[in-house]
Design a protein around this ligand. Structure first.
Ligand SMILES: *[C@@H]1O[C@H](CO)[C@@H](O)[C@H](O)[C@H]1NC(C)=O
Ligand SMILES: *[C@@H]1O[C@H](CO)[C@@H](O)[C@H](O)[C@H]1NC(C)=O
Ligand SMILES: *[C@@H]1O[C@H](CO)[C@@H](O)[C@H](O)[C@H]1NC(C)=O
Ligand SMILES: *[C@@H]1O[C@H](CO)[C@@H](O)[C@H](O)[C@H]1NC(C)=O
Ligand SMILES: *[C@@H]1O[C@H](CO)[C@@H](O)[C@H](O)[C@H]1NC(C)=O
Ligand SMILES: *[C@@H]1O[C@H](CO)[C@@H](O)[C@H](O)[C@H]1NC(C)=O
Ligand SMILES: *[C@@H]1O[C@H](CO)[C@@H](O)[C@H](O)[C@H]1NC(C)=O
Ligand SMILES: *[C@@H]1O[C@H](CO)[C@@H](O)[C@H](O)[C@H]1NC(C)=O
Ligand SMILES: *[C@@H]1O[C@H](CO)[C@@H](O)[C@H](O)[C@H]1NC(C)=O
Length: 449
């Protein structure tokens, strides 16, 4: 009994550190029990379907939940599987040269209800395929390894999407719902059917030292998508995908507004991003639950369609506020900075266009860009301008086109200093000054609240 109290106290302490520490000192403890996937009849030949061994191994690991949890060890080999669930206090560990492969058989990816904050799947109305690796209502789960690989074999799904043969929306590689204390680290994720890592309605999530890749022409493949989550940390990772590399969301239109769960307190640091047809960092367009307290720094962006993109549209409601993006190096990016209030997609016709989003207190500072085609397009909503946009110390070298067309602005208010090429007049409005620039110190003060 006493021991259990001590454990509880330690866990609480770790959570406190996780929330208030400047780094994330909380590291997942090693588990007192370990099982190997081969003990459940799995065969790592790349051909045998191992869905049942994975499900049975997790079911067995569940018996250690109140005994400190268990590790599920996946040795070197090619482990073909369909969708399976994780459990609390579990570490899924992939050894070097262990590859978990998602089967191309869609019947091994069960159909589940759409998320309540979306009201439909990603690609189609109605239900969607469950992801390859799922967590629901869990706490203290680690997916890690000695650089093992999880390969979603997404190309079949991309083809079905292209040829309109999908019956239900595509699955992701990893999805956690309503979970907390989740760590994903030291792994490579390849070829997700849709998104690679999707935490939804979660808190205390850490993604560290992962590599994520899809082929660059893979349609609408995003890397990491924190969605209606709080306290998420993404660090030391490299992401190269077809659409958005990191995307922050919180539901959309009437569904997201009534669900009302924001994305807040997100830290992103030291990541290399490439987004061939989307944005390296996208905020929205699904932001109806609100997105705030976002701190991004030390980002490298290469060969991307867009660098940093804020997206919304009338009918979304919600807000994007209190965002600082600092210390960014970009090369070969078509559009470095985008703010758009006309991202026209909607889940259905039941949205109310009078629910206008608020975009406020966004600071972008210390950025250098080479071979940029357009520095910025900032277009707010007529009658609902985006406010307190601060651009500070940005230097974009514009390729080919005339620097005078480098910036286009409408329905935005803000302030700029030390920006090259010279930005549009909306951003050096004489009625504003540097006091609107949202600073890290005000960020930290808010983060503690
Ligand atoms: C996986 O979890 C879901 C609940 O999120 C449940 O409906 C489903 O039956 C579980 N599948 C297995 C194989 O345990
Ligand atoms: C979620 O997990 C907690 C225990 O961790 C349990 O009490 C609760 O019933 C679970 N809720 C659902 C919907 O499974
Ligand atoms: C990142 O993960 C790899 C294995 O995937 C490991 O060799 C390396 O040491 C890790 N780096 C850090 C900083 O954790
Ligand atoms: C869609 O459903 C049809 C009819 O049941 C089936 O033949 C086809 O294989 C399904 N396609 C996918 C991608 O699941
Ligand atoms: C990732 O790998 C590094 C180096 O091997 C190790 O120090 C770190 O603890 C690992 N992270 C996790 C969560 O296992
Ligand atoms: C500049 O960027 C464009 C894409 O925007 C790319 O095609 C071209 O190769 C880049 N040039 C150099 C010199 O990197
Ligand atoms: C929004 O975009 C659509 C096309 O994507 C265009 O038809 C419409 O005029 C735009 N609305 C505004 C207010 O710019
Ligand atoms: C802006 O960047 C260009 C090219 O990288 C560099 O030559 C120039 O000195 C920079 N200007 C400032 C003011 O930093
Ligand atoms: C900046 O603007 C604010 C509000 O408009 C004003 O209170 C403040 O005195 C100004 N500061 C400077 C240095 O001009």
């Amino acid at each position: 009994m006493k021991r259990r109290l001590v454990v509880v106290a330690l866990v609480l302490l770790s959570v406190v550190e996780l929330v208030h520490g400047d780094g994330w000192r909380w590291a997942p403890g090693s588990r007192p029990h370990s099982v190997t996937i081969t003990e459940f009849g799995a065969v790592g030949d790349g051909k045998t379907l191992n869905t049942l061994p994975f499900q049975n191994a997790v079911f067995y690991a569940r018996s250690f939940t109140d005994k400190g949890g268990a590790q599920l060890y996946v040795p070197k080999g090619r482990w073909l599987t369909g969708s399976f669930n994780l459990t609390s206090h579990l570490t899924l560990f992939l050894e070097e040269e262990a590859v978990i492969i998602g089967t191309k058989d869609p019947s091994q990816w069960p159909i589940v209800e759409p998320l309540p904050s979306y009201g439909q799947g990603l690609d189609l109305p109605g239900p969607r395929h469950r992801s390859l690796i799922n967590g629901y209502n869990l706490s203290d789960v680690v997916i890690t390894g000695n650089n093992g690989v999880i390969d979603g074999q997404g190309s079949v799904w991309w083809d079905w999407l292209h040829s309109h043969e999908l019956n239900h929306s595509r699955p992701h590689i990893v999805e956690f719902l309503h979970s907390e204390e989740v760590v994903i680290s030291n792994l490579t994720f390849l070829n997700s059917p849709a998104w690679s890592i999707h935490p939804v309605y979660c808190s205390n999530v850490k993604v560290h030292n992962v590599t994520i890749k899809t082929s660059l022409d893979a349609p609408l493949t995003d890397g990491i998508v924190p969605d209606s989550c709080s306290n998420v940390c993404i660090e030391d990772s490299s992401i190269s995908v077809g659409h958005d590399a990191i995307s922050l969301k919180s539901g959309w239109d009437n569904y997201g507004i009534s669900f009302g769960r924001p994305t807040s307190d997100i830290h992103i640091s030291r990541v290399d991003l490439q987004a061939s047809s989307g944005a390296a960092l996208a905020i929205g367009s699904e932001m109806s639950g609100g997105i705030s307290d976002i701190h991004v720094d030390h980002i490298r962006i290469g060969s991307s369609s867009k660098g940093i993109s804020f997206r919304t549209t009338p009918g979304r409601g919600g807000y994007i506020a209190e965002v600082v993006v600092a210390d960014v190096v970009m090369d070969s990016v078509h559009l470095a900075i985008e703010f758009t209030g006309n991202w026209s997609s909607h889940p259905d016709d039941h949205f109310d266009p009078s629910f206008l989003p608020v975009i406020d207190k966004i600071t972008l500072k210390n950025m250098e860009g080479t071979n940029i085609s357009v520095a910025g397009v900032l277009s707010g909503i007529e009658g609902d301008p985006f406010s307190a946009i601060c651009l500070s110390n940005l230097n974009f070298s514009i390729a080919d086109s005339a620097p005078s067309s480098a910036w286009t602005c409408s329905n935005v208010h803000g302030y700029s200093e030390l920006v090259l090429p010279k930005p549009c007049s909306e951003l050096h409005d004489t009625s504003t000054n540097s006091s609107i620039c949202f600073s890290l110190s005000s960020y930290s003060a808010l983060a503690v609240l």
